[in-house]
Design a protein around this ligand. Structure first.
Ligand code: CTP
Length: 233
């Protein structure tokens, strides 16, 4: 199979409250950058959509596109998705943002009132949006950081709700750890298809996940070939 084109959104989003303040999260983007570097080492063509983080990939040849907010990332995905065969959605997208009119992107809120209320609205589910307009043969991969006690059922529910091919479930308890303890679920498979078994560091996880994606692509290509053979028999 020819080397795939990979699109990786990574890092947090910053949802502006005013020109100096934002709603953000603690994602560093390290995992997505490790995935981009590993894919580039394999000769894949990689576009990294990178949120507000000082991290940068170390491999040459990675196309780097910066974004800041969920709306920015949504626009970048709209431009880029159709040019790639694989989307690995590693961005930590904010679930809420200030409703339009509450944020003042060019001004600065004063400290004059004793209390402040900001109304937030739910952000669109970007991964579900990508799934709704995917091309045949595109593979979509998501992440689910979940409490260990209900990790598999929550990840399975997200896999189905977002209409994606694979989801990487990670225990919430390992957040900000140096290592990753991942379980991979696939659409159409009742049981997890792979697990790292124990905590592995982010570069090792990146190699592990790209191996699993390659296997899944090969299996899909074989199924497609078998379907074509059956149709022409
Ligand atoms: N995601 C997305 N758009 C959002 C929120 C999340 O594309 N607005 C993506 C994430 O990048 C991740 C996957 O969906 O790959 C799961 O994200 P997660 O935050 O676990 O799920 P949510 O859909 O936000 O559900 P909840 O917060 O209720 O657990």
């Amino acid at each position: 199979m020819r080397q795939p084109r990979l699109l990786i959104p990574a890092g947090p989003t910053h949802e502006p409250i005013d020109a100096v303040r934002f709603l953000g999260n603690r994602s560093s983007g390290r995992l997505g950058v490790a995935l981009a570097d590993e894919a580039a080492r394999r000769g894949w063509s990689v576009t990294l959509l990178l949120g507000p983080t000082p991290l940068r990939p170390s491999e040459n040849g990675i196309e780097l596109v910066k974004y800041r907010s969920c709306a920015d990332l949504e626009a970048r995905l709209g431009e880029q998705l159709h040019q790639h065969e694989i989307l690995v959605m590693a961005a930590a997208v904010s679930d809420y943002r200030p409703v339009a009119g509450q944020a003042d992107p060019f001004g600065k809120r004063r400290r004059d009132a004793d209390r402040m209320t900001i109304e937030f609205e739910r952000t669109p589910d970007l991964l579900a949006g990508c799934s709704a307009r995917r091309k045949p043969g595109q593979m979509l991969v998501g992440f689910a950081l979940e409490p260990r006690s209900r990790m598999l059922e929550s990840a399975r529910e997200k896999l189905e709700r977002k209409g994606i091919d694979l989801i990487v479930a990670n225990p919430l308890e390992t957040m900000e750890s140096e290592t990753i303890d991942a379980t991979l679920l696939a659409t159409g498979e009742d049981e997890p298809i792979a697990t790292t078994g124990c905590g592995i560091d982010k570069p090792a996880f990146a190699a592990w996940l790209l191996d699993r994606i390659e296997e899944a692509r090969e299996a899909n290509a074989r199924k497609g070939g078998a379907r074509r053979d059956a149709a022409t028999a």
